[in-house]
Design a protein around this ligand. Sequence first.
Ligand SMILES: *Cc1c(COP(=O)(O)O)cnc(C)c1O
Length: 433
Amino acid sequence: MSKSGLSKAIGDLPGVSSEKEWTNSLERGRRPGPRMNEHVVIPDKCGVSTKAVHSGTYEDPTVGSVGTPIFQNSTFLFSEHTYEAFFQGISRDAPIYTRYGNPSQWSVQEKISSLEGAESSLVFASGMAAISTTLLALTNKGGHIVSAYDVYGGTYNLLHHDMHQLGREVSFVDSTSFEDIKNAVKDNTQVLFFETLSNPLLKSIPLKTIADYCKENRILLIVDNTFLSPYCCRPLDYGVDIVVHSCTKYMNGHSDLTAGCISGSRKYVDRIWDQMLRFGGHLEPFSCFLLERGLKTLALRMEKHVSNAKAVAEFLNNHPKVKNVYHPLTNDVSGKYINEYTENENFGGLVSFEVSDDEAGLKLLNELKLPAAATSLGGLESLVSMPYNTSHSTLTLNQRKSIGINPGLVRLSVGIEDLGDILNDLDAGLSAI
Ligand SMILES: *Cc1c(COP(=O)(O)O)cnc(C)c1O
């Protein structure tokens, strides 16, 4: 429609006489949120535990419940506020329909925003829903994405199998090499996607250098911070545009839920919200309640995961049955950049290590009593798995070798059990192989 045509159409609206008057009558702006008056907002200067406990709580004015009620409903009564939100084009900020937004989602989103230092966040039904929705929202047909060849398996499969069908081209690089990353960037590169700590070798990345480069070249930088959690690292503070989590892991921390989230500026999160409306991967209210509850103890849990994992890494590093130990304290690739984006040696709770071969690894998994043999990570309980028959089972021996996954590699998600019990169990298990 031509400009004059638009003026004319607007001029025809009741009570509106010109284009100028119409645009002037919009009061919307990019405000943090969504949040309602009832949602608790904690200032950024407060500590991480205060934010984890209080931020986003819905203070129910009707019965005075302590803690957020569960808004287990799919739709909300229309009100003046709803109609105004439609008129202003800010329907993300009004309770209308649960796929669009729900106070239970806003509570947990506010908590995550406060922990990540973000203007806005969104919660999804899984980490993969968060990642796929975000990548499709922030790229378009003909665009190009650069990522690492050893990103999380689900992410790799999305990038490798689906993106080209959707007209996005993808290059995979060694995420520890800024040279490699830079060489892969082309005129049509729209997004760089990396992990703050990789699976299963816990590689760190030159995050600050990548973020500066992205700003200079107007490329969006998305990072998956699942292995560190906002307790250990706040990527937005270092110039990252969007941070993603599989909340199934440390964010929820109790292995009883799948969820995902993204955080960033309101401008980008609004775009991703729009995509989410069409793909439908929002988090339903009861899971929001579980995730909000899990997040309240994030700082307490992470403190213990971090200290236990450090002690386990040092114990394994001195054990005669163990070859390489992959942890920032014991491995150069892991440790290379991580101090640039974490403080106080908050390295998360994962440790990977090698025993003599895959057979010995399997025997170890059988011998261990405390860590359960299962995939996933970041729960209260210790979990142990071997990449060769789980996350990386579709790769040949040579492909695994080329990405550094040697025979006998074991990944341990160190739980919050008593350290002495974990070490005794590992010692007994290793003695038996
Ligand atoms: C588990 C995981 C995902 C996927 O999350 P889901 O909640 O399982 O969909 C993405 N990235 C990383 C690093 C993960 O560990």
